[in-house]
Design a protein around this ligand. Structure first.
Ligand SMILES: C[S@@+](CC[C@H](N)C(=O)[O-])C[C@H]1O[C@@H](n2cnc3c(N)ncnc32)[C@H](O)[C@@H]1O
Length: 268
């Protein structure tokens, strides 16, 4: 598959990405170069567009850059989190079923796991549609390194890009679908990321969003307020839908369980 990135230095210049970068059984190290000559390092198949650590504006974004957080995140927290947050038995398989049903990855399609952490969604998409290509993007190198280990262990080929979701290195209308699991609550500038997601999505593309909404219970709100100090944000369903609409999305499907909200967004 021909996959290209948009140079952050010159928005008309492309960076051609060789397909073997996604073949994780073969380590790829080197440099990718745009048509204008700007260069980006590739270390162990991870394309680094940022080149430096982002400035940390919250505890949540700081801890995502720890190796320990990356290492324990998926197995200790992520796979059990929805049963705790929905208040019902919600195994990861159930979440994956919904992800695949709504995203419906197609043969030859290109999909983006935005704020991928360990690329749980990206791996699930590839497992469901081997003939699709998946790009997993995060600004934390530690998360991407862990994601790469997990994908290689699963024999799943993914493209890994280290970049900021606010200014993604992709041309407009690149992706057939975008998936975002829990990332919205951690963003410092959610509107910029939503606008950029809208930009890089094709006209008939869909965005699968899982995010946490404000709790109705007083003790839930108290907990969420204290989490707010660490940089996590929560909105009511109505407030979240307003954000989506402001960014140019329409709501195609929506399900809420406890404080977990699943939404399928379409381009308006
Ligand atoms: C809650 S985790 C995502 C979990 C993952 N999507 C899943 O389903 O398991 C949020 C991730 O978003 C990343 N992130 C936060 N802000 C970002 C930004 N501006 N650009 C890129 N990644 C970002 C963090 O590094 C973190 O790995």
């Amino acid at each position: 598959m021909k996959f290209e990135l948009k140079s952050p230095e010159n928005e008309r210049a492309s960076i051609q990405v060789p397909s073997e970068i996604a073949h994780l059984s073969k380590p790829f190290n080197g440099v990718l170069c745009s048509q204008e000559g700007d260069e980006y390092e590739v270390t162990n198949n991870i394309i680094d567009i940022l080149g430096k650590d982002p400035s940390f504006s919250s505890v949540a974004s700081y801890t995502n850059h720890w190796k320990l957080t990356a290492h324990i995140y998926e197995d200790i927290w992520r796979k059990r989190s929805l049963s705790l947050l929905t208040g019902e038995d919600f195994p990861i398989e159930k979440e994956h079923e919904l992800l695949i049903e709504w995203t419906a990855p197609k043969e030859g399609g290109l999909y983006l796991d935005l704020g991928c952490s360990t690329a749980l969604y990206g791996r699930a998409l590839k497992a469901a549609q081997k003939k699709a290509d998946i790009v997993a993007l995060d600004f934390s190198m530690q998360m991407l390194e862990e994601a790469r280990l997990k994908a290689e262990a699963d024999e799943t080929d993914l493209f890994f890009v280290r970049a900021d979701g606010k200014e993604m290195p992709f041309f407009s209308k690149t992706f057939d679908g975008i998936v975002m699991g829990g990332t919205l609550n951690e963003l410092t500038d959610e509107m910029k990321v939503l606008y950029d997601a809208r930009r890089v999505l094709k006209e008939d593309g869909k965005l699968f969003m899982m995010h946490l909404i404000k709790s109705d219970a007083w003790y839930g709100r108290l907990l969420q307020e204290s989490m707010g100090l660490g940089g996590l944000k929560f909105w009511t369903k109505k407030e979240s839908n307003k954000l989506f609409e402001q960014a140019g999305f329409g709501i195609e499907e929506q399900i809420t369980r406890g404080i977990v909200c699943f939404t399928l967004l379409k381009v308006q």
